[in-house]
Design a protein around this ligand. Structure first.
Ligand code: AVJ
Length: 317
């Protein structure tokens, strides 16, 4: 799938429709997690990040604060900072203040979040050259070498890399390795393997915010593609699958039912699921090995005090 030339318009809707039809036509139904983030989904995700059960956001913020000096020495000052999945850019502010990059390129799939964060940052840092790119980080972005001043550092926080299979993560790291060039670097936030009960709670919060976030995908299909999903006939289901090392999120059909999306009709058996997200968890050594296979030198790993989450400083070799 090519990157949309008009991400806000008809082309964006077409790729959403194609991905939904293709995903629901498989024998094991699945939908890509990138479609969670419409305006309502982005707000729900921000609410997830504030939940007591969802430790990754707080752990990553804590480790970034604690190791900011070392992170900025590793990244070096004054270059170009490219951030994938920048979202509301809270952690970006810490990095911008520490690294003082000459340019900052936030890349995000949610246009509203991207624009409002960029204008807020521009008010805070009038000296900073900000060039927001609306898009999907899984596709190579044409960030031209000429536009990027100094050392290029890609910042990929939040364990968004966990949405990719290890094979996809390998390909993604290789692509980024090409993008940052021979002297470039990458900072990647990666959630760690831990007690399955802690993981389970983080994706099954008591207030049901994660369930609402998952179910919003069906509401979005109804709104944007004219679907007739009845979200109440599906249940949020998330569990840690230890052998691949990932949280899986599903929407499970509570009854036998038929759903229409445009001219397409999909049938569900009772108990049949739509697999909506994978969130891979790594050991420190496992992630470093993956990065090294993709052509980086794994130079630094920073952890929060409880050892829940990691940030990796990778240098191009
Ligand atoms: C944004 C992909 C890192 O996997 O933890 C949170 C998304 N899904 N709760 C994650 C998510 C359910 C999140 N990532």
């Amino acid at each position: 799938m090519a990157r949309d030339p008009r991400p806000g318009g008809a082309a964006r809707l077409n790729s959403f429709r194609e991905d939904v039809i293709a995903g629901l036509s498989q024998p094991r139904k699945a939908l890509p997690p990138k479609y969670f983030y419409d305006a309502r989904g982005s707000r729900l995700f921000e609410a997830i990040c504030r939940l007591k059960e969802y430790y990754p956001t707080r752990a990553e913020l804590a480790l970034t604060r604690a190791h900011l000096g070392a992170i900025s020495r590793f990244s070096r000052k004054g270059g170009t900072l490219i951030e994938y999945g920048s979202g509301d850019s809270v952690k970006s502010r810490l990095l911008i203040e520490a690294l003082h990059p000459s340019s900052y390129i936030p890349v995000d799939i949610s246009e509203d979040v991207l624009r409002s964060a960029a204008s807020k940052l521009q008010r805070l840092y009038p000296w900073l050259d900000i060039r927001p790119v609306h898009g999907d980080f899984s596709q190579p972005l044409e960030i031209s070498v000429a536009r990027a001043k100094g050392r290029r550092v890609v910042y990929f926080p939040g364990s968004t890399i966990g949405n990719l299979t290890p094979e996809e993560a390998h390909a993604f790291l290789r692509m980024t390795r090409g993008q940052v060039g021979p002297r470039g670097a990458m900072l990647v936030g990666v959630d760690l393997k831990k007690d399955a009960n802690v993981l389970h709670a983080a994706y099954n919060d008591a207030r049901g915010v994660t369930a609402a976030f998952n179910l919003n995908l069906l509401a979005r299909i109804n709104r944007e593609l004219g679907g007739d999903f009845k979200p109440r006939r599906f249940r949020h289901y998330a569990f840690y699958n230890a052998s691949p090392g990932r949280i899986e999120m599903h929407l499970v059909s509570l009854t036998p039912q038929t759903v229409n999306v445009g001219n397409h009709r999909f049938t569900f058996e009772a108990g049949e699921s739509i697999h909506t997200e994978n969130s891979y968890k790594y050991s420190v050594g496992g992630f470093r090995a993956l990065a090294e296979r993709a052509g980086f030198k794994a130079k630094k790993t920073w952890l929060d005090p409880k050892g829940l989450f990691s940030l990796h400083g990778l240098a191009a070799v």
